[in-house]
Design a protein around this ligand. Structure first.
Ligand code: PMM
Length: 288
């Protein structure tokens, strides 16, 4: 089964042969944009979101809390202050906005401001109220594989069989969501590359992506500039390639994800991935 999202006029989960979607990343954390005034930062963030749409983004994913390994939590009021104006402005401009949050209060406010999808890196585990917000809204909900907040996430990076365990935990998250009243058609799953995972775990998951896609729910893949790509591209002394040198590698993961039937990829550089998913779709359309 390949689930399709409800008819709300927004990007739909693909049926076989459709194009993999592209979600552009818009992090609105203090280090993401210039240190001008708040208004300058808002303008810059909105302009960046609109630029990603013009480059081919199907969704713009707005996040106000860093999930960098070791990062601490941001107070909810500060998260709201960062994301809401950007979500509202972009939604008003007709952009399909995804809100990247683990908090029900932020999700609810973003939905009221026009967000079209909730991207929850905790898969519903961080906030028990999240499922109710999604059940009421009927919007798509990305359930990412997660084993705890960023500060301690590597403590949980222990697996006997990472692919089997991630599959099983994602199914448990989906079951929990459905039990809480969320429709299966709303659900998107995500293996959570880099979250409570070391590079060999990420590579195993990406290499076995079909095993996640086979679960029958749309799959989002977030590999863009991640640590495992830095490890793959390490220099002769073993020093990892820095994030700004991981774009070509990110593009390779987009091609792979699209070929293996991912519903969407979440990327920083939209233009390159938007071209790549169209090439993969064109090849699929001529395959007998
Ligand atoms: N990765 C990050 C943040 N949000 N959301 C989903 N669904 N999947 C991901 O892999 C994911 C995410 C961290 O990456 P960033 O710091 O480059 O945004």
């Amino acid at each position: 089964m390949t689930a399709t999202l409800p008819a709300h006029g927004l990007p739909q989960a693909p049926r076989r042969g459709d194009r993999c979607l592209v979600m552009g990343i818009l992090n609105v954390t203090p280090d993401s944009f210039s240190d001008g005034g708040r208004h300058d930062r808002l303008e810059e963030a909105v302009a960046h979101g609109l630029r990603m749409v013009s480059e081919g983004a199907d969704y713009v994913d707005v996040g106000g809390e860093s999930t960098r390994p070791g990062a601490g939590r941001v107070p909810v009021e500060e998260e709201l202050r960062r994301v809401l104006p950007v979500v509202t402005e972009l939604a008003r401009a007709g952009v399909a906005v995804s809100i990247d949050t683990t908090r029900a209060r932020v999700a609810q406010a973003a939905i009221a401001g026009g967000a079209a999808l909730v991207n929850d890196v905790s898969g519903g585990l961080a906030d028990p109220a999240m499922a109710g917000v999604l059940a009421d809204s009927g919007l798509p909900w990305v359930l990412m594989h997660w084993r705890g907040h960023s500060r301690h996430m590597y403590d949980a990076a222990r697996y006997d069989d990472v692919v089997a365990e991630v599959r099983q935990e994602l199914l448990a998250r989906a079951d929990g969501a459905i039990a809480a009243g969320v429709a299966v058609e709303q659900l998107v799953i995500d293996p959570g590359l880099g979250f409570a995972k070391h590079p060999p775990h990420d590579l195993a998951l990406l290499g076995s992506l079909s095993g996640i896609v086979d679960l029958g729910l749309p799959v989002l893949v977030g590999a863009s500039r991640k640590r495992f790509l830095g490890a793959v591209l390490a220099d002769e002394e073993g020093r990892p390639r820095q994030p700004d040198g991981r774009e070509a590698a990110t593009l390779a993961t987009t091609v792979l994800a699209a070929q293996r039937g991912a519903w969407a990829v979440r990327v920083h550089d939209v233009a390159a991935s938007a071209d790549a998913v169209r090439v993969v779709a064109a090849l699929h359309s001529v395959r007998p």
